[in-house]
Design a protein around this ligand. Structure first.
Ligand code: BG6
Length: 464
C-alpha cells in the first residue's frame, strides 16, 4: 500500500473523533498503512492532545504501541478555510511534514464538514496549491455525507468540485457501502443460483427497507434539524440498500459497472403520496433544536421500482430515531405457496428472506417444515450468522473505505449521477406536505401501521 498524508478538514468534529481517528488507528494496527502523517485542520484553537484524547475513548482494547505511532504522526493546525491567505500556510506546513516523514506527497483530503462548505474548501485548497499533483503522487478528496441538501445544492457542489478534481479523484462517502453485509448483498445474490431467479415480481410479494434506530440525534442538533430523517438516511443509506438488493448483475464486479446498475434502478424508482412523518416527543428539548421545529425524526413511505423485474412489487421504507430497537435490514417477503390439497391445508406462512445488516449480521430464510408426528406445518429458519462463521472482528466501515481510497478503488463510493438520482427521489418525498405526528420514545407513529396494513401487510421490525 502507498504511503499517505491524511488532511482532515473538520478535525475537531464528531466524525473525526468517533470514526476517522479510530479507523486510521485500525489501519495502522492491521499494517494497512506504514508510512503516513495525519494533519487535522479546524477553526478551533485546540491542542493535538485534546483531539486525540477525545478519540481514544472510541477505540476498544487500545494497543499503546499503535496509539503512540498515531500520536507521533498527528499534527493539528487551527485555520479557517474562509480566510484564504492564512489558510494557505497549510501548504508549507504539509510539505514540511511530508519531507520530514519521507512521504511521496500522496494526499487524502477528508472534508468532514457540513456540505455547504465543500465548494469553498475545494476552491481554497486549489488556490493554496495543495491539490497539485505530479506523475508520482496522487491527490484524492473524500466528501462526507450528506452531499448537499437537495438536488439543486448537490448539483451546485458537483459543478464546483469538478472544476478542481477529476471524477476519479472524488470519493463521496456513504459509510453504509463499507459495511460488510452491504458489500455482501450483490455478491450473495449473484453467486447463489437458487436466489437470483426468485427475486422478482413473480415470487416476491413485497420488500421492506428498514433503518430503525434507538438513539436520538446525539450531539448533532443544529445539523439534524436542517436535515431530518429523510435527508439524513433515506436519501443515502436506504437508497443504497434498495439499489444493491434490486439491481441486475453488472457486466463486471467492479467500480463503474456496479454503479451503472445501481443508477439504472434509481432511475426507475417511482415514489407515491403514501408517506407518514413523525417527531419523537422530547425532540424540541434537545440541545440546538428550535422550540417550533417541524423536522421529522421518523418516516415511512411506499415506492415502486418500475422495471420489468420489480413492476408492481411495493417497497416499504421505514426509518426513525428513538424507536424501540436498532434494526437495519432488507426484508423480502415471498408470495405464499398454494394451499395443500390435503384437507385444503392453508395454515402455513409465506417465506421470507432477511438481509440483516445490523445487529446480528447475517441472512435468515424462513421456510416451512412439517411438525414431527403431526399433520401440521410450522415455520423454521435457515440462519447464516456472519460473526459465527467469519469471527466478530470484521473491519469497521470507515476503515474499509479509507483503505479503498488509498488503493484508488471507487466501487464503494457514490458517483455524480448516482447522488443526483438519489436526491431526485428524496426531493419528491420531502416536497410533500404531511402532518407531523408525535410519537413516544421507543415507539413510532401508529399511522405508519395503517400505511402498510391497508395493503394487508405488516412491518417486520424484528431481528431475523
Ligand atoms: C449517519 C446518520 O449517516 O448514519 C446518523 O447521519 C445515523 O443519523 C447513522 O445514526 C447510522 O449509522 P449506523 O452505522 O449506526 O447504522
Amino acid at each position: 500500500m502507498d504511503d499517505v498524508t491524511f488532511i482532515i478538514l473538520g478535525a475537531t468534529g464528531n466524525l473525526t473523533k468517533k470514526k476517522l481517528i479510530p479507523a486510521i488507528y485500525h489501519l495502522i494496527e492491521n499494517k494497512k498503512i506504514k508510512k503516513f502523517a495525519i494533519i487535522g485542520v479546524a477553526r478551533n484553537k485546540t491542542q493535538t492532545k485534546t483531539i486525540l484524547n477525545k478519540s481514544k475513548k472510541h477505540i476498544k482494547n487500545i494497543k499503546q504501541k499503535v496509539w503512540k505511532e498515531l500520536e507521533n504522526n498527528f499534527h493539528y493546525l487551527p485555520l479557517d478555510f474562509y480566510q484564504q491567505e492564512k489558510f494557505c500556510s497549510l501548504d508549507p506546513f504539509v510539505k514540511n511534514i511530508e519531507k520530514k516523514n519521507k512521504l511521496s506527497g500522496n494526499r487524502l483530503f477528508y472534508l468532514a464538514t457540513l456540505p455547504q462548505h465543500f465548494p469553498v474548501i475545494a476552491k481554497t485548497l486549489k488556490k493554496c496549491a495543495l491539490t497539485k499533483k505530479t506523475k508520482n503522487n496522487w491527490v484524492r478528496a473524500v466528501f462526507e455525507k450528506p452531499f448537499g441538501h437537495d438536488l439543486k445544492s448537490a448539483k451546485k457542489i458537483n459543478k464546483t468540485i469538478k472544476k478542481i478534481f477529476k471524477e476519479k479523484q472524488i470519493y463521496r462517502i456513504d459509510h453504509y457501502l463499507g459495511k460488510e453485509l452491504i458489500q455482501n448483498i450483490a455478491i450473495t445474490k449473484f453467486t447463489n443460483t437458487f436466489l437470483e431467479p426468485l427475486l422478482n415480481n413473480r415470487y416476491v410479494d413485497h420488500v421492506q427497507v428498514i433503518l430503525s434506530e434507538n438513539v436520538g440525534i446525539e450531539e448533532r442538533g443544529p445539523f439534524y434539524d436542517k436535515y431530518g430523517v429523510i435527508r439524513d438516511v433515506l436519501q443515502n443509506h436506504m437508497m443504497q440498500m434498495l439499489s444493491l438488493s434490486t439491481m441486475e448483475k453488472p457486466k463486471k464486479f467492479s467500480g463503474n459497472y456496479i454503479r451503472d446498475e445501481k443508477v439504472k434502478i434509481l432511475k426507475t424508482v417511482k415514489t407515491t403520496k403514501e408517506l407518514v412523518v413523525g417527531q419523537y416527543i422530547g425532540y424540541k428539548k434537545e440541545k440546538g433544536i428550535p422550540k417550533n421545529s417541524k423536522t421529522e425524526t421518523f418516516a415511512a413511505t411506499k415506492l415502486f421500482v418500475n422495471n420489468k423485474r420489480w413492476k408492481k412489487v411495493p417497497f416499504y421504507l421505514i426509518a426513525g430515531k428513538k424507536m424501540k430497537n436498532k434494526i437495519t435490514s432488507v426484508y423480502f417477503q415471498f408470495k405464499k405457496a398454494q394451499c395443500l390439497n390435503i384437507n385444503n391445508h392453508c395454515d402455513f406462512k409465506a417465506n421470507y428472506l432477511t438481509i440483516q445488516i445490523q445487529p446480528e449480521e447475517g441472512y435468515y430464510l424462513q421456510m416451512n417444515a412439517k411438525v414431527p408426528g403431526e399433520e401440521k406445518v410450522t415455520a423454521v429458519k435457515m440462519d447464516f450468522c456472519h460473526a459465527c462463521t467469519f469471527g466478530p472482528n470484521t473491519p469497521a466501515a470507515y476503515e474499509t473505505l479509507l483503505e479503498d481510497v488509498i488503493e484508488g478503488d471507487q466501487s464503494s463510493f457514490v458517483r455524480t449521477d448516482e447522488i443526483e438520482q438519489q436526491w431526485k427521489i428524496t426531493d419528491k418525498i420531502t416536497e410533500q406536505k404531511k402532518k407531523l405526528y408525535k410519537y413516544k420514545i421507543k415507539t413510532y407513529p401508529k399511522q405508519a401501521n395503517k400505511l402498510i396494513e391497508k395493503d394487508n401487510r405488516k412491518w417486520h421490525l424484528v431481528v431475523k
